[in-house]
Design a protein around this ligand. Structure first.
Ligand code: 4NP
Length: 159
């Protein structure tokens, strides 16, 4: 399975979800290829935001990579494109080449049965708490995604 995490800038939420998903897959012994991208182009080539990196590091999660923009080719490369909010959902769906591609786009938190909201709030213009909150949401969301993939595999081992 190949999964792309998508937010607006690819410097806060999606790199965090990417690291959390990699961690959760490793813990579960699940082989996953994970990457992240942004719908916007402002931060292309930049490392994750230092406030986000610090919040993640405080709980042992290391963020890396450089921001890139999501492209139509990502629908061929990835099995699932998991987005952080409804604006990302609309923007990514608008890039989808066909209906089957659109069906690969889902809200990241929709796999977390205990989620208290459907979106990962954008922390960029807020205070430190927002970044800490994103890390917690990312970790819970990632566990939900892994549980979903495992249950799919249990029902159909060819997947
Ligand atoms: P992200 O956060 O989408 O979680 O990476 C943002 C990063 C940058 C901006 C907005 C949100 N920005 O407006 O530049």
């Amino acid at each position: 399975m190949r999964i792309l995490l998508v937010c607006l800038g690819n410097i806060c939420r999606s790199p965090t979800a990417e690291a959390a998903l990699r961690e959760a897959a490793e813990e579960a012994g699940l082989e996953l290829e994970v990457d992240s991208a942004g719908t916007g182009d402002w931060h292309i080539g930049s490392p994750p935001d230092h406030r986000m990196t610090a919040a993640a590091e405080r709980v042992g999660l290391t963020l890396d990579g450089a921001a890139r923009q999501v492209t139509p080719a990502d629908f061929e490369r990835f099995d699932l494109l998991l987005v952080m909010d409804r604006t990302n959902l609309a923007d990514v769906c608008a890039l989808a080449p066909d209906e089957a591609s659109k069906a690969k786009v889902r809200l990241f938190r929709s796999f977390d049965p205990d989620a208290d909201g459907e979106e990962v709030p954008d922390p960029y213009y807020g205070g430190a708490d927002g970044f800490t909150h994103v890390v917690e949401i990312a970790r819970a969301g990632a566990r939900g995604v892994v549980a979903h993939l495992q249950s799919m595999h249990d029902r159909d081992p060819s997947r």
